[in-house]
Write a protein that binds this ligand. Structure first.
Ligand code: TYD
Length: 246
């Protein structure tokens, strides 16, 4: 079945992506050739990053769907674009951690970076850049009317399922999944995983402890190294199988 796309109105433009309306409840997600860190204070053009992140995200969504996780992904359009369903995204960031790192170590200095957690940890943060995406208690989420207690349980199970799928996938490819962030939309049929799953949203290290994710750039690595790492992730993950228009 061919995908006919009308020229799209810009729905959203962020630091790493542009989202364009594609009609019929769909949107084109275009990954940019740029990288930013430290709230945009470090910023560089990164030719090739958009395509590597789009291909990896497409493969990750296909993998999740193969394991029964609903996502917004429809198909890979080639280049740096994927076609997705349009959903209203919950104002939450769902983070799952297998090892202590980043903001977890900053808030709990008793933990050393890369300490293996006894069980995966699920965190909810409010998506609010001005407030620095604060960590929320389950009670905060329920009292604010964002989710019910049973939805919180469902979201937690979903996050742990996504972790199990991604963790085992990358382990088989010789990489450790430290942590990742997903975003979700609430629908009458339950949660749908939206946004992206790429080196911008997962921390992955090899046997030598080398990062293949955005941490490389945060630590002062070059753009070329970063793009090469994203391409390596995309190669390891394999090519997207669901191509638009086939
Ligand atoms: P975290 O350790 O909370 O934050 P920081 O990157 O500031 O140290 O990040 C946990 C994971 O979530 C990590 O894989 C990066 C990802 N993440 C995002 O994708 N977007 C975000 O806005 C944040 C804060 C984290």
């Amino acid at each position: 079945m061919g995908v006919t796309l009308r020229p799209g109105r810009l729905l959203y433009e962020g630091k790493a992506k542009r989202v364009l309306d594609a009609g019929d409840g769909r949107a084109v997600m275009e990954f940019k050739d740029g990288v930013t860190a430290f709230d945009g204070r470090r910023r560089d053009p990164a030719p090739g990053k958009g395509e590597a992140a789009a291909r990896l995200s497409a493969r990750m969504f296909e993998l999740l769907e193969e394991h029964g996780v609903r996502t917004h992904y429809i198909c890979y359009m080639g280049g740096s674009r994927i076609l997705v369903e349009r959903h209203e995204v919950a104002p939450l960031e769902v983070i799952v951690r297998n090892y202590a790192y980043g903001s977890m170590v900053r808030r709990m200095p008793f933990l050393k970076p890369m300490a293996r957690l006894s069980r995966p940890l699920v965190e909810l943060h409010l998506k609010d850049d001005e407030r620095g995406d604060p960590l929320l208690l389950p009670e905060d989420v329920v009292e604010a009317g964002l989710l019910s207690w049973s939805e919180l349980d469902a979201l937690r199970s979903l996050a742990l399922r996504v972790d199990a799928v991604l963790e085992s996938f990358w382990r088989r490819r010789g990489l450790r999944l430290i942590d990742f962030k997903i975003e979700v939309a609430r629908t009458p049929r339950g949660f749908v995983v939206v946004d992206e799953v790429s080196g911008d949203t997962m921390r992955l290290v090899d046997a030598e402890g080398r990062h293949l994710d955005k941490e490389l750039y945060r630590r002062g690595g070059s753009v070329e190294e970063l793009v090469e790492a994203y391409r390596e992730l995309a190669r390891l993950a394999g090519a997207p199988e669901r191509l638009c228009g086939e």
